[in-house]
Design a protein around this ligand. Structure first.
Ligand code: 13P
Length: 250
């Protein structure tokens, strides 16, 4: 049985005090929930404060990025050990915004993924095609390249733990969600591709869908066989809508 994850990716939103008041509102409502993992990925600056505030709650903490080196002269970067130290359990890697605006490649995703595991973090590796790629019928080719390139040569014990998020770039922040059928088709393909890399591991790993996930489309997405959770931008910024996502109708 794969335990679903509902993950909020706040991107570059919320100051420390805004982050704290969000968790304050969510905390009590989330208290009894144990059948789904709740994850918040705030900006780096809020991590430590949230770690303190989330103690004793069901809410897990994740970062939105990391650098692959442990320490040294890399001005402006944050290492996996620092994230672990700040209370992170998860870290997002290769989000399409990082690929698009900051030039991240599959090779870089691979280095970051390995470094995250080495530090005891669980990577959530993001993949997804652009609108042009979908229109050119390249979706599966792109996804396969991102999976094989980004996730190659993982240690066997790590291969079982990874989380992969499928986020079609054309659905992010646009209000256009992939239909449950479109999403399922790609999720199934991701599982199959992953199985060919790491035999025996694909059935157990969790695959999240991201891209305009909202309270009114989450249930149908979650009913798909290979969708094990959501990676949510906009709708994770307000406690009310995030709570609706956590309590989606099964
Ligand atoms: P939206 O939910 O705002 O479309 O963002 C999705 C996303 O990029 C989550 O990582």
């Amino acid at each position: 049985m794969r335990k679903p994850i509902m993950a909020g990716n706040w991107k570059m939103n919320k100051t420390i005090s805004e982050s704290l008041s969000f968790i304050e509102s969510l905390k009590s409502s989330a208290a009894g929930i144990s059948d789904i993992e709740i994850l918040i990925c705030p900006p780096f600056t809020s991590l430590f404060a949230l770690r303190e505030q989330m103690q004793g709650t069901q809410i897990a903490l994740g970062a939105q990025n990391l650098f692959w080196e442990a320490k040294g002269a890399f001005t402006g970067e944050i290492s996996p050990i620092m994230l672990k130290d700040s209370g992170c359990k998860y870290v997002l890697i290769g989000h399409s915004e990082r690929r698009q605006y900051f030039g991240e490649t599959d090779e870089c995703v691979n280095k970051k993924t390995k470094a995250a595991f080495e530090a005891g973090l669980i990577p959530i590796v993001c993949v997804g095609e652009t609108l042009k790629e979908r229109e050119d019928n390249l979706t599966f080719k792109i996804i396969e390249r991102q999976i094989r390139g980004g996730l190659s040569q993982l240690q066997p014990q790590y291969a079982k733990e990874i989380v992969i998020a499928y986020e079609p770039v054309w659905a992010i922040g646009t209000g256009k969600t992939a239909s449950p059928k479109q999403a399922q088709e790609v999720h199934q393909f991701i599982r199959k591709t992953y199985e060919s890399l790491y035999a025996g591991c694909a059935e157990g790993i969790r695959l999240l869908y991201g891209g305009s996930v909202k309270p009114d489309n989450i249930s149908e997405l979650m009913r798909q066989q290979d969708i094990d959770g959501g990676l949510v931008g906009g709708a994770s910024l307000e406690p009310d809508s995030f709570l609706k996502l956590i309590n989606y109708q099964k």
